[in-house]
Design a protein around this ligand. Sequence first.
Ligand code: FES
Length: 108
Amino acid sequence: MSDTIVLYVIDRKGEKHTINAEVGKTLKDVIIREIEMDHFGDCGGCCACATCHVYIESTSKWAVNGFGQDEKDMLEMAEGVTDESRLGCQIQVNPEMDGMTITVAQDL
Ligand code: FES
């Protein structure tokens, strides 16, 4: 079994990137490694900035690990939050996510 999956990430300019993502890394880390963006993952992944705000399509949400309370609290302070909102630093890449499309929220 491969420990790398493919993710499709739409950046803040609307450009779609194909990313090879290592299982077990955070979504924030794999996005930072592949896409150059200002103000993304600014707190380093300690759930204190919400700059890693992403949208997970509702049809794919089943594949992503659940919310923690810290993440819910942090998202309450973020802009542009929808039912598809998550924080990339709180999602661990897993094999079920293979082929998923993730959209990075605008830097508001
Ligand atoms: Fe700061 Fe995710 S990197 S909340």
